[in-house]
Ligand binder design. Structure first.
Ligand code: G3P
Length: 217
């Protein structure tokens, strides 16, 4: 399963990239606003921190406007992935860009039939928002399972990118279903490394080791 981080904070991205476990980055207009930096400049910096896909989202709502913005964004770096919303214009743009060899992440997906449309439009990634789905009384993980089933039925190559991840259980369930990618905020990814029994185990081993009076090397 690929791990993307959902942030435009370059310090967090650099820190997580240093683990060697980071496969890409996703951003959106809200995350760019939170970073408080120039969109093009911060996206260029992020593209230099990871070799995998870096999603940069268009803000135009019409196809022509999306194509114009995508043209600017794809010049930033080879690993830019253009993020478009799941609308008719967004999917028209997806079709045009992917036919031309550009990576596209279709975002704001809330139904399996929307995901089917994105696959038909040749999307590189589909981003179902599990957390926002749960927040609104739907079952986010059932959505992932439904998309997995449909994509496998027809051998679609579109990767399921589980987004709006809020906690480790989302990651666990997504991995059990066989989602291709998950994107999560830095704190959620850091939380995956931690377990109270790991900390307790280290503490016990170090206490016993100190009693031996030995050193390694
Ligand atoms: O980047 C898209 C998605 O991951 C947003 O998550 O937490 O704003 O619902 P959230």
């Amino acid at each position: 399963m690929k791990f993307f981080v959902d942030t435009a904070d370059t310090a967090d991205i650099a820190d997580l990239a240093a683990t060697g476990l980071l496969d890409g980055v996703t951003t959106n207009p809200s995350l760019i606003a939170k970073a408080g930096r120039d969109f093009i400049e911060v996206t260029r910096e992020i593209c230099g921190l990871v070799s995998g896909p870096v999603s940069a989202e268009v803000v135009a709502l019409d196809h022509e406007g999306m194509m114009r913005e995508a043209e600017v964004l794809r010049k930033i770096a080879d690993n830019v992935c253009i993020k478009v919303p799941l609308t008719i214009d967004g999917l028209k743009t997806c079709k045009a860009l992917t036919s031309d060899g550009t990576m596209v992440n279709v975002t704001l997906c809330f139904s399996a039939t929307q995901a089917l449309l994105a696959a038909k439009a040749g999307a590189s990634f589909i981003s179902p928002f599990v957390g926002r789905h749960d927040d609104n009384g739907f079952d986010g993980m059932q959505l992932i399972a439904d998309i997995r089933l449909i994509y496998d039925n027809y051998d679609y190559g579109t990767e399921i990118l589980v987004a709006s991840v809020r906690h480790g259980i989302h990651v666990l369930e997504a991995a059990k279903i066989g989602a291709d990618v998950m994107t999560a905020p830095p704190a959620v990814i850091r939380g995956l490394f931690k377990h109270v029994l790991t900390d307790k185990g280290i503490e016990g081993f170090l206490a016993d080791w100190a009693k031996t009076g030995q050193a390694i090397g």
